[in-house]
Design a protein. Sequence first.
Length: 710
Amino acid sequence: MKAVVRFPKIIMAIWIIVTFALGYFALDLPSKLQGNGFNVEGENNKVNRTLEETFNHPKGTIMILFEKETPETNQDFESKISRFLEKVNQEGIASEIRSPLENEDLNKDDLAYAVLQFDHGGLKDEIDWLRSLAGRDGNVSITGAPVINEDINHASQEDLKRAEMIGIPVALVVLLMAFGSIVASLVPLIIGAITVIASLGILTLMGDQLDLSVFILNIVPMIGLALSIDFSLLFINRYREELEKQNKVAAILTTIRTAGRSIMFSAFCVFIGLAAMTLVRIDIFQNIAIGGMIVVALSVISANTLLPAILFLLDKRINQWMIIKKKNDEADRWQRFAEGVMRRPIRITLLALGILAIGTIPITDMKLKIPEVDSLPTSYESRQAMDRIEEEFGIRDKSTVYVIAERSGDWLSEEGLEEQKRLEEELSKDPIVEKVDSIFHLANIEDQATMSYSLQDPQIKRKLDPMLDKVLRGEKLLIPVTLFEKEDSEKAQDWVREWSQKEWDYDLSFGGKVKFNQEIFDEINNKILYAVLLIVVSTYFILMIAFRSVIIPLKAILMNIIGLAATFGILVWLFQGGHLGLTPSDIALIIPVMVFSLVFGLSMDYEVFLISRIHEHYLESKDNHRATVEGLATTSRIITSAALIMIVITGAFAFTGVMPVKQIGVGIAIAITIDATIIRLLLVPSLMKLLGDWNWWMPFIKGEKAKQQG
């Protein structure tokens, strides 16, 4: 701690060198980002690898949508498609081309689409070339998972710029209102920028070992800026108070001992919330947890090293360029407000809980969805093209499950054919199954006796060989099953979940989007309770140690849970209901876990800072009522400013286009708003009054109890 005041210039120099070095790497982060991060190591991934390695299924698929223009004749339209696909073929970039000129299923009225299949991933160069080619013809657009992922990456970068352009200037205004001084207002922004740059640089270095989701490009800066600025605001406010009473060395050391300690406890709460996400073994949760923990750790380190070093060197110049003078009666107004609330604690408590209860009502209608093409704004061509293909060709109304059956023995023997027929019949029993593409179905043969005879005839066998080669490799048999249900429907997931648990005479593995969705939902459902328990129990003991109280941590946790329930209800009303000009959309599956994990820790910041001050006053006066009033009066202004900055930084992402990021930003902003108003200004003082000295009950530490009873 004393090293900060002994070697401030060395500390600053180290931070400058580290920031420039990591900033150089951070520039390369977008190139390290891959997909939306919804990946779990399970049966679906195993089947996908088998499909690619054994059955030569493509590793990437791009679709080309052709739309007939008004003056075009049918012959002109077909010529345009033929010319385009011939150029693709000449370029040799695709392993297979499915043309609408050869497949009627890819044609409908004035629309047609081609399917390009690739035997490799990383299709950025191919996408750029196809876009250039499509731009030369009218009404030709490209889409597909690789294209959509590229566009989400691009949209995320644009969204980050837009959010920074909105959030940072408004945050500066809030800081000016809080401090009055231009110098004091700029320091938190500098700390925030350094923390985010360093964090992104570290993530870039980790990019070769991790499959980084495109969403971390928004979420990590969102957390880093908000948290760093908040910590700096609270630290600087305490330092300025201490600077009025003592010299700068003593002021710095006192601030580190008080505000620095509170920052440590606050950050630990946030860290625990993020760490809990690592229990959910899905890439996006792992990514955001790791990225979040890095940025939280750097926020704490910078707040307790770089920030005090800057303040020490600035000395009283921290108050330079004062443009807004502090009002002397502001603390009195907060005291009067606190007194007013505490005079009617029961009424205020019931009112606050009633408002929060109303907010929770829509939560029962929450619909969760894995974000895909709908993550993109509708202005993107790849989104528009995919929507047209899905709507016009009915792709979204059905789904395919890939079943791989593996047994010892020949699948084409009489016993093997009998087993295939039995499996086909069992798979076909459920009413949601449209068809089972078994060998019998593909060959248009109904029974195993006829199939056995056909396979023994050399002439018929030669005709069947191309079909057999696609679905049969050694002891592995591929059976695509088409369902009448959508990929994300509960019925489809129940079907594949039930079949995955069935006992069979040989190994059956399931893959496809339905299995993917089922594994993602099950992983979250199976782990969410453990993650919540880890957050709640850890936070309870952290706050119990911090405040030497059994009651205050319990009260803080209950208030947080109630506030978060209201947050989710409002999110459902806003996004699913399409209110306040928002496009109706289901809630992204990551939102409940992520907002809960992040906000539970972030909102504890204000609880820690407020209760720390109340605790200080209580130890001095032994008067719970007076301590609560004084604590609120001395911290409410700065905590309100800190919360407002958090709301501004995260709420700025409401103006972005990528839907999951928009929902996360709005969710955090709503949660912090509820916490800073209804909970912090109404419930905290009311409950502090109702519980009286019981707030500070700590039966396990007799010395502390005796000291408090004095």
